[in-house]
Each structure stands twice: as structure tokens, then as C-alpha cells.
Design a binder for this molecule. Structure first.
Ligand code: GDP
Ligand code: GDP
Length: 436
């Protein structure tokens, strides 16, 4: 299910990332934080009052020159307005109201997007006078915050979730596979879209009839219906979006949230860079099915080991996604492109697969017999029961004597045992433990 997107905007140094970390820290975690997904987080998921959302910190740009600052905050705010469902605008009580704050406020005000204004660095709850001048921004009642002391964050979240849109109406039927092409600029996303749609027996169809069909492209092949999510965004050649990683990430996030299957496009000619990992990490965290699509394979000088070496390199770089299949293609020559949609179809199926409870419990009982759970200070984890509670991605709940005794490595072991029986190819799986 697509989560609404919240974007944090504001001048550098007002405390955006501090607040971001507070919000992420307060999430109800069912999602794992696995080794390998380490990075400076700018994107995360959270839940407040039972409402899930994803959140991006658009800030973090170091700028000292005032002209450059205004340009950057303007760009950031414009992007947030375009891509986010709710905007969290942070200002700084210690610095007071600045021209850059006013620039941002004007842009936000015109957008008609829901906005929550937080005034940070109000460290002393007894003195609240600094907040009054921020009323002049015309964005309603500011929420007093202290990111470092954790003051006001709950109030801020209350205001924020009030403004989240209702669950978006599902635009496409269950049988339609929604595909997002993601990847850094110039890997060949838009060429791949064209090549896919130009493939033999692909019929571009008109199944939606809503506002979204202006940006999505539905099509059909071999009796299966697909939708390419945000085709317009992929084709848009906006300098703004490509200027920095954060901006292109935000665009990808929207698409990922709405998709079933993420095609993580990699430039075979250039190899893998850090940014590819970040983008793949979003698909993983969002729980989408994923496929690595190595494009421009025509331009790679090859011998009989090249593909094997590239595959190893992908596995090394993306340790957190061993489940994702890899397809080598060329948008230019259409080489192997016909292999892509069958893989998409397969991972989509695996992504929504349910394993019967009795079968799961047999697998876990066998796994425990072969390799008993570790003990901690003389106490041993006991698993009473396992059941699958969700699909897309497959999510399992383990009922145990004490969730504290469950270790990541044992969970990984159980995952591997389940995957031996049911590969769940292309899909992350999730575990939660509950005390029985
Ligand atoms: P960003 O550039 O907007 O993401 O800001 P950061 O979160 O990196 O914070 C900038 C600086 O302000 C850091 O030195 C923080 O420790 C500090 N800071 C953040 N929140 C508060 C706060 O509530 N009170 C005070 N006094 N300092 C804060
Ligand atoms: P995007 O920014 O990810 O949408 O990338 P584009 O589709 O605009 O492609 C960027 C550049 O890579 C263009 O010059 C394309 O012609 C080129 N390109 C795309 N796919 C291929 C491919 O399969 N092989 C080769 N050799 N070049 C490609």
C-alpha cells in the first residue's frame, strides 16, 4: 500500500535532520534495520497514531553564500511541493525569522499543499516568546520544538498526521502489475521505457481513466496487464531533479511507493556507485519486489567471465538484497529485453505469495531441530508458532517466549530455511516477533 510522503524543508542548520531522526526513531518498528543498509539516512518510514507515512529530509546542503542559499531553498521547496503530500517546514527560533524562511513560506503558501510549521530550538519551555514572529509567515500556528531535547515532536506529529491524505484510492486492479523504473540519471530509464513499450506484442492500453493516467503508462503483454508508474517523471528531463541525489531520490520514492515491482536500473558501462545502493535501499525498505536491470550491456567489452564478474560485484555491493534477480539488457539493441517481463511477472507472483500456516510451522520446527536457537544468559529462545500475516512483502509473525532473545542472525537463518522451501524470488520478507 502506498504511503503518503512527508518532506522536511527549511534552511540549513535549523535542525531538520535532528527532527527527522526523532521522527524515524519513534516509528513502530516491524521493519528491520539490517546491516548493509547503513548510510546517512535521508529517507525513512514512520507511523503515528496508526498512520504510516514515509518521510524525506531534503536538507543537508552546506551553503555559505546568500544567493546560492536562496536558490537552493527555493529549489528544495518547489520539489517538496511537487512531490510530497504534506510539508514539514522547520524554522529556527535562535536565528529568528530570516529572508530565506520568507522565501520558502511564499512558495509553500502558493502551493495549497498542507503544511506544518515547526519552530525548532525552543529549548526552554518556560520562554516561548520567540515563536510569535513566525505567525507572520501566514502558515497557521507554529509548533514549538526542541529537536535536541525531544520537546514538541509528539505535537508536531499530531498536526502532521491530521493532514495526511486518506488512503489513496487504488487506481488499478489486483491483477495489474505496477512497475517503477528507478536509478540515477543517465542509466537509461527513459530509453528502457521506450524500448519496453516498443517491444513486439506490447499493447499500450487505456485501463485507468483517472488523473494518474497522464503520468502512468498501462500496457499489456501476453495477456498480463502492467502499468509503468510515473512514466512522465522518468521522461522528464528536468535539471532540477537531476541536480542532486536528494532530488532524484524523491522522485524515485514516489514511484516506489506506488509500485509492486522496482526495476533498479544500473549502468553496465559504468558499474555500481554509492548512489545505486541508496536507491536500491529505498526499494528494499519499502518492501517492494526488486530486479536489478543492468542496462547498456551492448556497450560493455565482454569476455566469457564478464557477466559472472558483474553479477559478483552486484552481490557484493547489495548484500542486503540477495533475493533480487539480475537481468542484463540493452535498451539500444533490445538485447535480452524480452526476458525482462517474464521475470517481472514471476517476482510479482512471489511478492504476493502466501504460505499455509501448517507448512510454515513444519519448516520452523525442522529448522529448530537442526539448529536450536542460541541461549542468552542461560535462557533459550522458544518459538511457539509462526504465521504469515501479510503479502507484498510477505510478512511473518513469530510467537516466542521472549522477543529479546531473538537475534538477527537466527532470524536470518529462519529466513533462509523458509526460502529454501519457498524461494520468494525478488522479494524481501519480514519478520516480527511477539511474546506468546
Ligand atoms: P539541518 O541542517 O537543518 O539538518 O540541521 P541539523 O539537524 O544538522 O542541526 C543543526 C545544528 O543545530 C546542530 O548543531 C544541532 O545539534 C543543532 N540543533 C538541532 N536541534 C536543536 C534544538 O532543538 N536546540 C538547539 N539548541 N540546537 C539544536
Ligand atoms: P535516464 O536518465 O536514466 O532516463 O537515461 P536515458 O534513457 O536518457 O539514457 C541516457 C543515455 O544513455 C542516452 O544517451 C541513451 O542513448 C544512452 N543509453 C540508454 N540505454 C542504452 C543502452 O542500452 N546502450 C547504450 N550504449 N546506450 C544507452
Amino acid at each position: 500500500m502506498a504511503r503518503p510522503i512527508v518532506a522536511i524543508v527549511g534552511r540549513p542548520n535549523v535542525g531538520k535532520s535532528t527532527i527527522f531522526n526523532r521522527i524515524i526513531g519513534e516509528r513502530l518498528a516491524i521493519v528491520e534495520d539490517r546491516p548493509g543498509v547503513t548510510r546517512d539516512r535521508i529517507y525513512g518510514t514512520a507511523e503515528w497514531n496508526g498512520k504510516p507515512f514515509s518521510i524525506i529530509d531534503t536538507g543537508g546542503i552546506e551553503i555559505f553564500d546568500e544567493d546560492e542559499l536562496l536558490k537552493q531553498v527555493r529549489m528544495q521547496a518547489e520539489l517538496a511541493v511537487e512531490e510530497a503530500d504534506v510539508i514539514l517546514f522547520i524554522a529556527d527560533a535562535k536565528a529568528g525569522l530570516t529572508p530565506a524562511d520568507e522565501t520558502i513560506a511564499q512558495l509553500l503558501f502558493r502551493s495549497n499543499k498542507p503544511i506544518v510549521l515547526g519552530v525548532n530550538k525552543m529549548d526552554n519551555p518556560a520562554s516561548t516568546d520567540e515563536i510569535y514572529e513566525f505567525y507572520s509567515l501566514g502558515l497557521g500556528d507554529p509548533v514549538a520544538l526542541s529537536g535536541t531535547h525531544g520537546i514538541g515532536v509528539g505535537d508536531l506529529l499530531d498536526e502532521l498526521v491530521k493532514r495526511l491524505p486518506e488512503k489513496p484510492e487504488e487506481l488499478y486492479g489486483e491483477e495489474v502489475i505496477k512497475i517503477a523504473l528507478i536509478g540515477r540519471p543517465n542509466v537509461g530509464k527513459s530509453s528502457l521505457v521506450n524500448a519496453l513499450l516498443g517491444e513486439e506484442r506490447v499493447i499500450v492500453s487505456d485501463i485507468a481513466g483517472t488523473t494518474r493516467d497522464a503520468i502512468d503508462t498501462p500496457f499489456e503483454k501476453d495477456g498480463q496487464q502492467y502499468v509503468l508508474i510515473d512514466t512522465a517523471g522518468i521522461r522528464k528531463r528536468g535539471k532540477v531533479y537531476e541536480a542532486t541525489e536528494k532530488f532524484s531520490v524523491m522522485r524515485s520514492m514516489q514511484a516506489i511507493e506506488r509500485a509492486d515491482v522496482a526495476l533498479i536500473v544500473i549502468n553496465g558501462e559504468e558499474g555500481i556507485i554509492e548512489q545505486d545502493k541508496h536507491i536500491a535501499g529505498y526499494a528494499h525498505e519499502a518492501g517492494r519486489a526488486a530486479i536489478f536491470v543492468v542496462n547498456k550491456w551492448d556497450a560493455v567489452e565482454k569476455d566469457d567471465k564478464t557477466m559472472q564478474r558483474f553479477t559478483e560485484s552486484i552481490r557484493d555491493h547489495f548484500l542486503f538484497m540477495p533475493y533480487a534477480p539480475i537481468v542484463y539488457v540493452s535498451a539500444t539493441t533490445k538485447q535480452r529485453l524480452h526476458k525482462l517481463l517474464p521475470v517481472v511477472q514471476n517476482v510479482a507472483e512471489q511478492h504476493s505469495m502466501r504460505v499455509p500456516t501448517n507448512v510454515l510451522n513444519d519448516i520452523v520446527a525442522d529448522a529448530v531441530a537442526v539448529n536450536p536457537p542460541p541461549t542468552d544468559k542461560g535462557r533459550r529462545l522458544r518459538i511457539n508458532y509462526i504465521t504469515q500475516v501479510a503479502v507484498k512483502p510477505p510478512t511473518f509473525i513469530l510467537f516466542v517466549n521472549d522477543p529479546e532473545l531473538m537475534h538477527f542472525s537466527y532470524e536470518r537463518y529462519l529466513e533462509n530455511r523458509i526460502r529454501t522451501a519457498f524461494p520468494f524470488e525478488g522479494t524481501p520478507v519480514r519478520f516480527a516477533t511477539k511474546r506468546k
